[in-house]
Design a protein around this ligand. Structure first.
Ligand code: F6P
Length: 328
């Protein structure tokens, strides 16, 4: 592959996700394979502004494929949202001879990359990394599969105690704007009800469903609530509401929180990270910019970065139907 790109910068930005290290490793090693240099940029765009850079060779990423988090650290930089911040970042890239960027992150990180490209004509490629799976142009984001397994394992444990005490549990899972984790982990863990931002179930239907559960002989119940659910009440308010209306239920709340973002990546996430990392570097070397690499029907495909940012990742309606049937 011949191209003008001699050095690529790689950064992780926004919320971390399992598989980011495997993606960094793939980017670094793809650069080494194609005989170009690679620079790791610490703390996302903030490190770019502060010149927090480190040269990375193939051996610098030994023993990280199995590690959660990101060795490059991550941040949500307010300064990069200003033209002055981006100017400083650009100056640092130029003085370090960096010709292109691989941005591993979510929608906010890609938006930053697009603005930067527009202002400085700087080549950028995005790799979708977030546990939320809420990015258009890929069936799976890095970390989503691992997070699902983490959540299912946690709910299995909650089920044990819920069933011993005949209790109803509201389990809140991550997903600021998307219900992918709630829906898939909810089905995988055998939940009675799943509340997601994409569908406003309404409180009446929730009560109705819980009454039916009780009447059908279920002694304990699990309701999975996505953090960004639109029913209008947080999990603690839901608990109070159900206890007021159905005093026969002994209700508890469990918020899984940031444990969902940690842990060793699943094999699926490691393979995905490796494929996307290699494709990101090769796409830059082909002279392309402003694309996101993603997985579509198990093929690695390019989606224009602005489409990835603007597009919506849809919930699979079939899963909602399946959940309704299997939770009867
Ligand atoms: O975007 C991923 C995510 O984990 C969301 O599900 C969650 O709302 C958010 O990040 C939490 O962000 P922070 O770590 O900044 O609290």
């Amino acid at each position: 592959m011949s191209s003008n790109i001699k050095k690529i910068g790689v950064l992780t930005s926004g919320g971390d996700s399992p598989g980011m290290n495997a993606a960094i490793r793939a980017v670094v090693r793809a650069c080494a394979y194609h005989n170009i240099e690679c620079t790791g940029i610490y703390r996302g765009y903030q490190g770019m502004i502060e010149g927090d850079f480190k040269e990375m060779g193939a051996r610098s990423v030994n023993n990280i494929i199995n590690k959660g988090g990101t060795i490059l650290k991550s941040a949500r930089s307010k300064e990069f949202m200003t033209p002055e911040g981006r100017k400083k970042a650009h100056e640092n890239l130029v003085s370090n001879n960096i010709d292109a960027l691989v941005i591993i992150g979510g929608n906010g990180s890609f938006t930053g990359g697009l603005i930067f490209n527009e202002e400085y004509n700087f080549p950028v490629i995005g790799i979708p990394g977030t546990i939320d799976n809420d990015i258009y142009g890929t069936s799976h984001t890095l970390g989503y599969d691992t997070a699902l397994n983490t959540v299912v394992e946690a709910i299995d444990k909650i089920r044990d105690t819920a069933s011993s005490h005949n209790r109803l549990f509201f389990v809140e899972v991550m997903g600021r704007d998307a219900g992918h984790i709630a829906l898939n982990a909810g089905i995988g863990a055998g939940a009675e009800e799943i509340l997601i931002p994409e569908e406003d179930m309404g409180l009446d239907r929730l009560l109705d469903s819980l009454r039916k559960s009780k009447a059908s002989g279920k002694s304990s119940s699990l309701v999975i609530v996505a953090e960004g659910d639109k029913i209008g009440k947080n999990v603690f308010e839901l608990k109070d509401y159900v206890e007021e209306n159905m005093p026969e239920y002994d209700v508890r709340v469990s918020i899984l929180g940031h444990m969902q973002r940690g842990g060793s990546p699943s094999c699926f996430d490691r393979v995905l990270a490796s494929r996307l990392g290699v494709k990101a570097v090769e796409t830059l070397l082909e002279g392309k910019s402003n694309f996101m690499v993603g997985l579509i029907k198990d093929e690695v495909e390019l989606t224009p970065l602005d489409m990835a940012v603007k597009g919506k990742s849809h919930i699979d309606k079939e899963l909602i139907k399946v959940s309704d049937i299997v939770s009867i």
